[in-house]
Design a protein around this ligand. Sequence first.
Ligand code: PEP
Ligand code: MG
Length: 325
Amino acid sequence: AQSRYAGLRDQPARSVCGTRVELHMNAGLMADLPSLENSGAEGVGLFRTELQFLTRTRVPRRSELVALYTRVMDAAKGRPVVFRTVDIGSDKVLPYMKPQDEPNPAMGWRAIRVGLDKRGVLRMQLQSLIRAAAGRPLHVMFPFVAEPSEFREAQKMLMEELAREQQFGRPLPLDIRVGSMLETPSLAFAPVSFFRACDFVSIGGNDLKQFFFAADRENERVRRRYDTLSEPFLSLLDQIIARCEAAGVSLSFCGEDAGRPVEALTFAALGIRRLSMRPASIGPVKHLIRSISIRDLREVVDQARADGQPVRRAVTEFLARNGGP
Ligand code: PEP
Ligand code: MG
């Protein structure tokens, strides 16, 4: 399927009305990186660093992490890579970590909660990222932030590690951008000051939806039961977009829905202008963006919402009239 879109690889995702949408890819292993060239992604919008922890039998050493992150950045050839710090716990259990035996691990001791309570691993990871990015830009993103203080604390840890590297006279990253994932409904309603404190925000739609609809993403009976494009979820997205716009912070969407054409185009119409998805989705989504006017699609979405009509149907019909999907 990728070859069908090969001609678009070096073309921008610009809609007929001139709206530019950035398309990035999700990755987590070295093996994913060749897709950066083939898919035409503008960068890695989400690098899930825990995958490299999951494929080992012991905690990786700092030197191994430095080497790994250096290779990732080398392979990206100057394109941005957003490194998400480890999201362990929940469904991702490390073979060398004591099982926590939690009744609801997805809502339990995971991600930034572990990082802030047991600081060793997060600290080592931040040091490794700083060293690997010496002399070039570094993008770090913290997972599963549920309230602003967690972001502030994690950001402080990163700044402490930077200061330490500087004291030792080691070369520093050229520029550091620190972002937060938004995957709990609480954070969508955080004060604008939180959004101002972030260099970027990325919606983790897989978790955000699971907690918004109270529907386990691992449970086949319920995982596809609720529509991302239903009014409640669109209203939630409106809240997030409005706060990001008020704060002047860049917003992306990096859950699986970003790679689904109808969802992706609707997000772009609502105002989310950076999407990160599996590499194979980039060609089809780019083709659609280039075929339609996002401004016209926005009108279609607003009209359907005003009339109480299903947005999914309205968008699907609009896309069919305009040559896809
Ligand atoms: C998400 O929750 O949407 C996300 C991108 O993170 P993960 O799928 O790794 O939980
Ligand atoms: Mg998540």
